[in-house]
Design a protein around this ligand. Sequence first.
Ligand code: AR6
Length: 171
Amino acid sequence: MTTITIKLVQGDITDQSVDAIVNAANSSLLGGGGVDGAIHRRGGPAILDDCRRLRASHYGKGLPTGRAVATTAGALDAHWVIHTVGPVYSPTEDRSALLASCYRESLRVADELGARTIAFPAVSAGIYGWPVADAARIALHTVRTTPTNVEEARFVLFDQHTYDTFETQLR
Ligand code: AR6
């Protein structure tokens, strides 16, 4: 176990050269909008083919929230895409353990694969509505404190506000 280095980047996660790119997927694993749409568009049909195989073999009822699974990265400059399902934000129910689980499970899968570098989006902080500061706090705390052989975790934040919020939380 080494100490993980956390980096923040503003940009598009599909431009990253890393061992594993994390996708903020939904439990169907069949694609969607946001970062999920971008990853499938840029990575090409091989990713969806793998997702369909995983559904057929293991996740007929869908990948549960908080879990993670790996597929090929297709045409992306990475070896794997790790798909995780974030929780939809609820103002009345505390679902933060599920959001933390997305990062922990993604790192566990990355360790199984032997990945040393990983890129994360701000899981649940888009279509799933999680307030960005809270999503950033949970993401950074979980990645910092999870034992892993991954050496570098890069948070790739799409817009300036999300990047600035992560930077504030990191300090
Ligand atoms: N690179 C990096 N970050 C991105 C990119 C990109 N190319 N595109 C968007 N983001 P979201 P969620 C940011 O909505 O909230 C999908 O339909 C975005 O600005 O992608 O977990 C899935 O299929 C935000 O900061 O994921 C699910 O149904 C962050 O990525 C649902 O959306 C996450 O936003 C998941 O919603």
